[in-house]
Design a protein around this ligand. Sequence first.
Ligand SMILES: NC(=O)c1ccc[n+]([C@@H]2O[C@H](COP(=O)([O-])OP(=O)(O)OC[C@H]3O[C@@H](n4cnc5c(N)ncnc54)[C@H](OP(=O)(O)O)[C@@H]3O)[C@@H](O)[C@H]2O)c1
Length: 235
Amino acid sequence: MSVRYASCRALAPLAHAPRAGTVVVAQLGQTLDGRIATVSGESRYISGREALAHLHRLRASVDAVVVGVGTVTADDPQLTVRFAEGANPVRVILDPNGRSPATARLLNDGAAPVLAVIGDGAEPPRGAEALRLSTDATGRFRPGLVVAALERRGLRRILIEGGAATLGMFLEAGAIDLLHLLVAPMILGSGKPGISLPPVDRLDHALRPQTDVHVFDDGDVLFTCDLRRRLEAAE
Ligand SMILES: NC(=O)c1ccc[n+]([C@@H]2O[C@H](COP(=O)([O-])OP(=O)(O)OC[C@H]3O[C@@H](n4cnc5c(N)ncnc54)[C@H](OP(=O)(O)O)[C@@H]3O)[C@@H](O)[C@H]2O)c1
């Protein structure tokens, strides 16, 4: 299956998002054993070249790309579109305590606007516009409120790019419409786990999104999961 075909089909829900609606897509690049980084936090690059290009096409398809401050600290990502054509999205850091490193590349490269979602009393990092939101009793922003705050700025196609903690919070809150899970033919055997959610006792309480599968020519497999549509469990 060609990369172009796989990517076009997978990106169609973003391209055809209703003009007035909002769509939240999450991505995660993981190994066969469900790891997104080594124990030391290295994640570049678990995904192969074509999966990476897919991620960049995803970025080019959205208005805003969101990461947790843990990813900014660990990876120092640029979150720009480089391996595809298209404009850079607004870059959003979830940083309740204002601990983004001042030297972070995305805060200094001027490649696209940066929004820092910060809690009451926290200082935004230089190079970012502050988007102040209240946190709950556990120090977290409610994902639905983050999405609503971005919507108010006209940012309606939103990519949650990681890391695991951020993705878990959004998934648990039911704030993700589509999940693009990129699985690389690699086994780490240890390292940072990908999706982590509170335990369920019964299999029929598991998320069972409708899922399409695309195989990239260099071996990675893309699962596009529509979390708005549930598959019925087998009898
Ligand atoms: N393979 C991949 O696709 C991929 C993608 C991205 C990242 N990664 C890897 O993932 C690792 C980083 O992930 P991580 O799970 O440690 O961190 P993370 O999700 O990037 O960041 C977590 C932190 O962000 C803040 N945050 C996130 N959501 C929030 C919310 N709803 N409300 C308030 N604060 C929120 C919190 O900051 P405070 O701690 O200040 O409260 C939280 O501890 C790195 O090793 C990176 O390489 C892999």
